[in-house]
Design a protein around this ligand. Sequence first.
Ligand code: LP5
Ligand code: MN
Length: 251
Amino acid sequence: MQMSLNPNLNKQDSTLFISDLHLCASRPGITAAFIEFLQNTASKVKALYILGDLFEYWAGDDDIDDTFHQQIISSFKNLSATGVKVFLMHGNRDFLIAEGFCQMAGITLLDDPTMIDLHGKKALLSHGDDLCVDDVAYQQFRIQVRDKKWQHEFLNQPLQIRKKQIEAIRARSEQEKTQKSLEIMDVNNEAVIALLRKYQPDMLIHGHTHRPNQHSIDLNDRLITRWVLGDWYEQGSYLVCDKQGCKSVSL
Ligand code: LP5
Ligand code: MN
């Protein structure tokens, strides 16, 4: 994978991709790094795409008044005011983010997957959890919590109760992950191929697995790149794309 420390960024054609920041009030170091990234890096480009798991978890848009969330919202507002387009896709931690948060932050919510034109190349964007089909327990959980009726009932409960339930699911998820192999928690190759056959992109960009890499996939003699974005646990990173191509950059 290409790594660069000082990429040339410009407002005309640089586009940035990040995911899996898992921002929360209890990790002030990474929050500061993220705000600095918005001010000094994202402000220099045309568009920023956040491909899911911006937050450690999101319990509902009525949590917007929280001081920490206000700090993130105002950082996004400052960025979008400079003309940078900011796009957000749901992750498995923050799929309850709705229009209330996005409007306040000046962000556009994207479906998963979404195809974009990236300097004449077709880039398919996804969080990536949908591709982990070998993780049957997770996929069953996903079907349940992505159901609109289930979400409506969940959101009808008081915020503090929701947060307690999410903490309980988090604990169960962490415990269950210790019993799952790394292979089960990675994307399934056939699921990737099926997605590529359906959308015929030039590249796929996703996160979720926290295994940053650049893979080449031969689809009927056409080479398609699968970029996997890194998480922001130890160190922030992003993918920058322009007319010359894409590069992975560590902060
Ligand atoms: O996020 P990560 O990488 O640590 O783990 C994921 C999968 N885990 C999850 C759970 C989230 O981390 C926590 C929930 C986020 C907040 C959602 C808000 C609204 C929902 C509220 C629910 C009360 O996504 C993990 C994968 C891993 O990625 C790798 O792909 O393995 O999946 C799990 O560990 C899931 C377990 O295997 C199954 C959990 C079953 C829980 C069943 C309870 C259902 C009851 C719901 C109603 C209360
Ligand atoms: Mn995820």
